[in-house]
Design a protein around this ligand. Structure first.
Ligand code: PBG
Length: 329
Protein backbone atom coordinates (compact mmCIF):
# COMPACT_ATOMS: atom_id res chain seq x y z
CA UNK A 1 0.00 0.00 0.00
CA UNK A 2 1.37 3.38 -0.98
CA UNK A 3 1.57 6.01 1.70
CA UNK A 4 -1.54 8.14 1.42
CA UNK A 5 -0.58 10.62 4.09
CA UNK A 6 -2.50 11.25 7.23
CA UNK A 7 -5.21 13.36 8.77
CA UNK A 8 -5.69 16.32 8.84
CA UNK A 9 -3.58 16.86 5.71
CA UNK A 10 -5.39 14.03 3.99
CA UNK A 11 -9.16 14.08 3.91
CA UNK A 12 -10.70 11.39 1.73
CA UNK A 13 -14.09 13.07 1.91
CA UNK A 14 -12.81 15.85 -0.41
CA UNK A 15 -13.25 13.49 -3.34
CA UNK A 16 -16.77 12.60 -2.28
CA UNK A 17 -18.04 16.14 -1.91
CA UNK A 18 -20.02 16.56 -5.08
CA UNK A 19 -21.60 14.36 -7.65
CA UNK A 20 -19.24 15.56 -10.41
CA UNK A 21 -16.08 14.90 -8.45
CA UNK A 22 -17.31 11.46 -7.44
CA UNK A 23 -17.85 10.73 -11.13
CA UNK A 24 -14.44 12.11 -12.00
CA UNK A 25 -12.60 9.77 -9.68
CA UNK A 26 -14.84 6.73 -10.05
CA UNK A 27 -12.79 3.60 -10.71
CA UNK A 28 -15.50 1.47 -12.25
CA UNK A 29 -18.57 2.26 -14.30
CA UNK A 30 -21.38 0.42 -15.94
CA UNK A 31 -22.49 1.20 -19.48
CA UNK A 32 -25.02 -0.27 -21.88
CA UNK A 33 -22.02 -1.89 -23.61
CA UNK A 34 -21.47 -4.16 -20.63
CA UNK A 35 -24.87 -5.83 -20.69
CA UNK A 36 -26.37 -9.03 -22.02
CA UNK A 37 -30.13 -9.54 -21.77
CA UNK A 38 -31.54 -13.07 -21.49
CA UNK A 39 -34.86 -13.52 -23.33
CA UNK A 40 -37.27 -16.43 -22.93
CA UNK A 41 -39.25 -17.62 -25.92
CA UNK A 42 -42.37 -19.77 -26.01
CA UNK A 43 -44.61 -21.38 -28.58
CA UNK A 44 -47.83 -19.90 -29.90
CA UNK A 45 -48.84 -16.49 -31.16
CA UNK A 46 -49.49 -13.05 -29.76
CA UNK A 47 -48.50 -13.80 -26.18
CA UNK A 48 -46.33 -12.07 -23.63
CA UNK A 49 -46.56 -14.30 -20.61
CA UNK A 50 -45.27 -13.13 -17.21
CA UNK A 51 -43.04 -15.59 -15.34
CA UNK A 52 -44.28 -15.93 -11.76
CA UNK A 53 -40.92 -16.74 -10.20
CA UNK A 54 -39.25 -13.83 -11.99
CA UNK A 55 -41.45 -10.72 -11.65
CA UNK A 56 -40.91 -8.36 -14.57
CA UNK A 57 -39.57 -11.07 -16.89
CA UNK A 58 -41.78 -12.56 -19.62
CA UNK A 59 -41.88 -15.37 -22.11
CA UNK A 60 -42.44 -14.08 -25.64
CA UNK A 61 -43.95 -15.79 -28.65
CA UNK A 62 -41.74 -15.14 -31.66
CA UNK A 63 -44.17 -12.68 -33.26
CA UNK A 64 -44.02 -10.62 -30.04
CA UNK A 65 -40.23 -10.53 -29.78
CA UNK A 66 -40.07 -7.08 -31.44
CA UNK A 67 -41.69 -5.62 -28.31
CA UNK A 68 -38.53 -6.30 -26.36
CA UNK A 69 -36.02 -6.23 -29.22
CA UNK A 70 -37.04 -2.66 -30.06
CA UNK A 71 -35.88 -1.66 -26.61
CA UNK A 72 -32.69 -3.71 -26.85
CA UNK A 73 -31.91 -1.79 -30.03
CA UNK A 74 -32.94 1.59 -28.65
CA UNK A 75 -30.79 1.22 -25.53
CA UNK A 76 -27.94 -0.31 -27.53
CA UNK A 77 -27.53 -3.52 -25.60
CA UNK A 78 -24.93 -5.46 -27.60
CA UNK A 79 -26.14 -9.00 -27.08
CA UNK A 80 -29.12 -11.09 -26.01
CA UNK A 81 -29.18 -14.70 -24.76
CA UNK A 82 -32.02 -16.89 -26.02
CA UNK A 83 -33.73 -19.48 -23.84
CA UNK A 84 -36.64 -21.67 -24.95
CA UNK A 85 -39.61 -22.86 -22.94
CA UNK A 86 -40.15 -26.13 -24.75
CA UNK A 87 -43.66 -27.65 -24.45
CA UNK A 88 -43.68 -30.86 -22.43
CA UNK A 89 -44.87 -32.96 -25.34
CA UNK A 90 -41.67 -32.10 -27.23
CA UNK A 91 -39.37 -33.19 -24.42
CA UNK A 92 -37.89 -36.67 -24.36
CA UNK A 93 -35.11 -38.68 -22.70
CA UNK A 94 -32.54 -37.67 -25.30
CA UNK A 95 -33.57 -34.04 -25.70
CA UNK A 96 -33.99 -34.67 -29.42
CA UNK A 97 -35.93 -31.44 -29.91
CA UNK A 98 -32.56 -29.68 -29.48
CA UNK A 99 -31.64 -30.93 -32.95
CA UNK A 100 -34.90 -29.96 -34.63
CA UNK A 101 -34.15 -27.15 -37.14
CA UNK A 102 -37.66 -25.87 -36.46
CA UNK A 103 -37.35 -25.71 -32.68
CA UNK A 104 -38.07 -22.49 -30.82
CA UNK A 105 -34.48 -21.32 -30.64
CA UNK A 106 -33.86 -21.95 -34.34
CA UNK A 107 -37.03 -20.15 -35.38
CA UNK A 108 -36.20 -17.24 -33.08
CA UNK A 109 -32.64 -17.00 -34.40
CA UNK A 110 -33.87 -16.78 -37.97
CA UNK A 111 -36.48 -14.19 -37.08
CA UNK A 112 -34.15 -11.99 -35.06
CA UNK A 113 -31.27 -12.14 -37.55
CA UNK A 114 -33.69 -11.04 -40.27
CA UNK A 115 -35.41 -8.26 -38.33
CA UNK A 116 -32.67 -7.04 -35.98
CA UNK A 117 -29.35 -7.99 -37.61
CA UNK A 118 -27.42 -5.54 -35.44
CA UNK A 119 -28.16 -7.42 -32.21
CA UNK A 120 -25.66 -10.11 -31.18
CA UNK A 121 -27.17 -13.42 -30.09
CA UNK A 122 -25.72 -16.01 -27.77
CA UNK A 123 -27.25 -19.45 -27.32
CA UNK A 124 -26.76 -22.01 -24.61
CA UNK A 125 -25.47 -25.39 -25.64
CA UNK A 126 -27.05 -27.86 -23.21
CA UNK A 127 -29.99 -30.22 -23.33
CA UNK A 128 -31.93 -29.25 -20.21
CA UNK A 129 -34.67 -27.23 -21.95
CA UNK A 130 -35.38 -30.31 -24.08
CA UNK A 131 -35.02 -33.36 -21.84
CA UNK A 132 -37.91 -35.01 -19.99
CA UNK A 133 -35.64 -35.41 -16.93
CA UNK A 134 -34.40 -31.79 -16.93
CA UNK A 135 -30.71 -32.70 -17.05
CA UNK A 136 -28.20 -31.06 -19.37
CA UNK A 137 -27.06 -34.30 -20.91
CA UNK A 138 -27.97 -37.82 -21.91
CA UNK A 139 -28.52 -40.38 -19.17
CA UNK A 140 -26.94 -43.78 -19.61
CA UNK A 141 -27.04 -46.28 -16.75
CA UNK A 142 -28.25 -43.62 -14.35
CA UNK A 143 -25.40 -41.25 -15.15
CA UNK A 144 -25.15 -38.13 -17.27
CA UNK A 145 -22.87 -39.63 -19.89
CA UNK A 146 -20.12 -37.16 -20.73
CA UNK A 147 -18.94 -38.36 -24.12
CA UNK A 148 -22.33 -39.32 -25.54
CA UNK A 149 -23.65 -35.93 -24.51
CA UNK A 150 -20.81 -34.14 -26.29
CA UNK A 151 -21.76 -35.82 -29.56
CA UNK A 152 -25.21 -34.24 -29.34
CA UNK A 153 -23.91 -30.88 -28.14
CA UNK A 154 -21.69 -30.59 -31.21
CA UNK A 155 -24.74 -31.06 -33.42
CA UNK A 156 -26.75 -28.58 -31.35
CA UNK A 157 -23.99 -25.97 -31.62
CA UNK A 158 -23.63 -26.39 -35.39
CA UNK A 159 -27.38 -26.15 -35.89
CA UNK A 160 -27.62 -22.95 -33.86
CA UNK A 161 -24.76 -21.39 -35.79
CA UNK A 162 -26.36 -22.30 -39.10
CA UNK A 163 -29.53 -20.56 -37.94
CA UNK A 164 -27.64 -17.35 -37.14
CA UNK A 165 -26.24 -17.65 -33.62
CA UNK A 166 -23.15 -15.45 -33.13
CA UNK A 167 -21.82 -16.74 -29.83
CA UNK A 168 -21.97 -20.36 -28.78
CA UNK A 169 -22.22 -20.77 -25.02
CA UNK A 170 -21.81 -24.33 -23.72
CA UNK A 171 -23.52 -24.39 -20.31
CA UNK A 172 -23.62 -28.14 -19.82
CA UNK A 173 -20.33 -28.64 -17.92
CA UNK A 174 -19.31 -31.82 -19.72
CA UNK A 175 -15.54 -32.30 -19.76
CA UNK A 176 -13.94 -31.59 -23.12
CA UNK A 177 -16.96 -30.03 -24.78
CA UNK A 178 -15.35 -26.68 -25.54
CA UNK A 179 -12.57 -28.33 -27.54
CA UNK A 180 -14.97 -30.65 -29.34
CA UNK A 181 -17.30 -27.78 -30.27
CA UNK A 182 -14.42 -25.53 -31.38
CA UNK A 183 -13.06 -28.28 -33.58
CA UNK A 184 -16.45 -28.93 -35.17
CA UNK A 185 -17.02 -25.22 -35.80
CA UNK A 186 -13.64 -24.86 -37.49
CA UNK A 187 -14.15 -27.97 -39.60
CA UNK A 188 -17.43 -26.54 -40.83
CA UNK A 189 -15.99 -23.16 -41.78
CA UNK A 190 -17.28 -21.34 -38.72
CA UNK A 191 -13.85 -20.10 -37.63
CA UNK A 192 -15.32 -16.71 -36.79
CA UNK A 193 -18.01 -17.90 -34.42
CA UNK A 194 -16.90 -17.36 -30.84
CA UNK A 195 -17.22 -19.73 -27.93
CA UNK A 196 -18.26 -18.28 -24.61
CA UNK A 197 -17.77 -21.07 -22.13
CA UNK A 198 -19.85 -21.34 -19.00
CA UNK A 199 -16.55 -22.55 -17.64
CA UNK A 200 -17.13 -21.83 -14.00
CA UNK A 201 -20.65 -22.96 -13.31
CA UNK A 202 -21.56 -24.01 -9.80
CA UNK A 203 -24.33 -26.40 -8.84
CA UNK A 204 -26.48 -23.66 -7.37
CA UNK A 205 -29.95 -23.41 -5.90
CA UNK A 206 -30.05 -19.88 -7.27
CA UNK A 207 -31.04 -21.25 -10.71
CA UNK A 208 -34.48 -22.14 -9.36
CA UNK A 209 -36.51 -19.36 -10.99
CA UNK A 210 -34.78 -19.94 -14.36
CA UNK A 211 -35.67 -23.61 -14.29
CA UNK A 212 -39.24 -22.54 -13.72
CA UNK A 213 -38.96 -20.13 -16.67
CA UNK A 214 -37.80 -22.83 -19.10
CA UNK A 215 -40.09 -25.40 -17.51
CA UNK A 216 -37.41 -27.83 -16.36
CA UNK A 217 -37.83 -27.40 -12.60
CA UNK A 218 -40.69 -29.79 -11.96
CA UNK A 219 -38.97 -32.28 -14.28
CA UNK A 220 -35.56 -32.26 -12.66
CA UNK A 221 -34.73 -35.46 -10.86
CA UNK A 222 -32.03 -35.19 -8.19
CA UNK A 223 -29.56 -32.35 -8.75
CA UNK A 224 -26.73 -31.40 -11.10
CA UNK A 225 -23.86 -31.99 -8.70
CA UNK A 226 -22.17 -34.70 -10.75
CA UNK A 227 -21.35 -32.19 -13.50
CA UNK A 228 -21.71 -28.64 -12.16
CA UNK A 229 -19.09 -27.41 -9.69
CA UNK A 230 -19.14 -27.85 -5.93
CA UNK A 231 -19.62 -24.48 -4.29
CA UNK A 232 -17.14 -25.36 -1.58
CA UNK A 233 -14.37 -25.10 -4.16
CA UNK A 234 -12.35 -22.17 -5.42
CA UNK A 235 -9.03 -23.45 -6.86
CA UNK A 236 -10.96 -25.84 -9.05
CA UNK A 237 -12.22 -22.82 -11.01
CA UNK A 238 -8.64 -22.21 -12.20
CA UNK A 239 -8.44 -25.75 -13.55
CA UNK A 240 -11.77 -25.35 -15.35
CA UNK A 241 -10.74 -22.09 -17.00
CA UNK A 242 -7.25 -23.20 -17.96
CA UNK A 243 -8.73 -26.24 -19.71
CA UNK A 244 -11.31 -24.10 -21.49
CA UNK A 245 -8.63 -21.71 -22.72
CA UNK A 246 -6.52 -24.61 -24.00
CA UNK A 247 -9.59 -25.99 -25.74
CA UNK A 248 -10.22 -22.69 -27.51
CA UNK A 249 -12.71 -20.68 -25.45
CA UNK A 250 -12.76 -16.97 -26.35
CA UNK A 251 -14.50 -15.83 -23.18
CA UNK A 252 -15.67 -17.44 -19.95
CA UNK A 253 -18.67 -17.03 -17.66
CA UNK A 254 -18.69 -17.20 -13.89
CA UNK A 255 -22.10 -18.29 -12.67
CA UNK A 256 -23.79 -17.47 -10.37
CA UNK A 257 -22.25 -14.03 -10.15
CA UNK A 258 -23.05 -12.21 -6.96
CA UNK A 259 -22.19 -15.01 -4.57
CA UNK A 260 -19.02 -15.72 -6.52
CA UNK A 261 -17.25 -12.38 -6.82
CA UNK A 262 -14.13 -13.95 -5.31
CA UNK A 263 -14.05 -16.37 -8.23
CA UNK A 264 -14.44 -13.62 -10.83
CA UNK A 265 -11.50 -11.81 -9.29
CA UNK A 266 -9.45 -14.98 -9.15
CA UNK A 267 -10.00 -15.76 -12.83
CA UNK A 268 -9.27 -12.16 -13.78
CA UNK A 269 -6.02 -12.18 -11.79
CA UNK A 270 -4.85 -15.46 -13.25
CA UNK A 271 -5.82 -15.35 -16.92
CA UNK A 272 -5.97 -12.91 -19.78
CA UNK A 273 -9.44 -13.77 -20.97
CA UNK A 274 -12.65 -11.74 -20.88
CA UNK A 275 -14.79 -12.81 -17.94
CA UNK A 276 -18.55 -12.37 -18.00
CA UNK A 277 -20.60 -12.54 -14.82
CA UNK A 278 -24.04 -14.12 -14.87
CA UNK A 279 -26.37 -12.50 -12.37
CA UNK A 280 -28.64 -15.51 -12.20
CA UNK A 281 -32.38 -15.77 -11.81
CA UNK A 282 -32.34 -16.32 -8.03
CA UNK A 283 -30.16 -13.27 -7.55
CA UNK A 284 -32.49 -11.26 -9.77
CA UNK A 285 -35.65 -12.38 -8.02
CA UNK A 286 -34.27 -11.68 -4.54
CA UNK A 287 -33.42 -8.08 -5.44
CA UNK A 288 -36.71 -7.67 -7.26
CA UNK A 289 -38.57 -8.93 -4.22
CA UNK A 290 -36.66 -6.56 -1.94
CA UNK A 291 -37.63 -3.64 -4.17
CA UNK A 292 -41.26 -4.75 -4.27
CA UNK A 293 -41.39 -4.96 -0.50
CA UNK A 294 -39.62 -1.60 -0.25
CA UNK A 295 -36.78 -3.17 1.74
CA UNK A 296 -34.46 -2.10 -1.09
CA UNK A 297 -34.72 0.66 -3.66
CA UNK A 298 -33.85 0.65 -7.36
CA UNK A 299 -30.28 1.79 -6.68
CA UNK A 300 -29.58 -1.71 -5.42
CA UNK A 301 -29.64 -2.91 -9.03
CA UNK A 302 -26.77 -0.63 -10.07
CA UNK A 303 -24.89 -1.45 -6.88
CA UNK A 304 -25.20 -5.17 -7.57
CA UNK A 305 -23.85 -4.94 -11.11
CA UNK A 306 -21.04 -2.58 -10.13
CA UNK A 307 -19.75 -5.29 -7.83
CA UNK A 308 -19.13 -7.44 -10.90
CA UNK A 309 -17.16 -4.64 -12.53
CA UNK A 310 -15.05 -4.16 -9.41
CA UNK A 311 -14.32 -7.86 -9.32
CA UNK A 312 -13.10 -7.65 -12.93
CA UNK A 313 -15.98 -8.74 -15.16
CA UNK A 314 -16.06 -7.13 -18.62
CA UNK A 315 -19.78 -7.72 -19.00
CA UNK A 316 -22.80 -8.94 -17.11
CA UNK A 317 -25.58 -11.23 -18.22
CA UNK A 318 -28.55 -9.94 -16.28
CA UNK A 319 -32.35 -9.86 -16.36
CA UNK A 320 -31.97 -6.23 -15.26
CA UNK A 321 -30.12 -5.28 -18.48
CA UNK A 322 -32.91 -3.08 -19.84
CA UNK A 323 -33.68 -1.50 -16.45
CA UNK A 324 -30.00 -0.63 -16.09
CA UNK A 325 -29.60 0.71 -19.62
CA UNK A 326 -32.66 2.93 -19.16
CA UNK A 327 -31.49 4.16 -15.80
CA UNK A 328 -27.98 5.13 -16.83
CA UNK A 329 -29.03 6.83 -20.06
C1 PBG B 1 -28.87 -24.39 -18.55
C2 PBG B 1 -28.81 -23.11 -17.83
C3 PBG B 1 -29.21 -22.81 -16.52
C4 PBG B 1 -29.05 -21.43 -16.38
C5 PBG B 1 -28.54 -20.94 -17.57
N1 PBG B 1 -28.38 -21.99 -18.46
C6 PBG B 1 -29.81 -23.65 -15.46
C7 PBG B 1 -29.13 -24.84 -14.97
O1 PBG B 1 -27.96 -25.11 -15.25
O2 PBG B 1 -29.80 -25.58 -14.26
C8 PBG B 1 -29.40 -20.65 -15.16
C9 PBG B 1 -29.61 -19.20 -15.38
C10 PBG B 1 -30.28 -18.49 -14.26
O3 PBG B 1 -30.57 -19.05 -13.19
O4 PBG B 1 -30.55 -17.30 -14.46
N2 PBG B 1 -27.89 -25.32 -18.36
Amino acid sequence: MRNIGSFPKTRLRRLRKTRWIRSLVSENNISNNDLVLPIFVREGKNKIEPIKSMPGVNRYTIDKLPVILKQVKKYKIPMIALFPNTPNNKKDKHGSEALNPKNLVCKSLKFIKKTYPQIGIMCDVALDPYTSHGHDGIIIKDEIDNDETIKVLIKQALLQVRMGCDVIAPSDMMDGRVGAIRKALDKNNFQNISVLSYGVKYASTFYGPFRDAVGSNSKLKKNKKTYQMDFRNSTESLREVSLDIKEGADMVIVKPGMMYLDIIKKIKDNFNIPVLAYQVSGEYSLIKDGIKKKILNEDSIIESVLSFKRAGACAIITYFALDIAKRIK
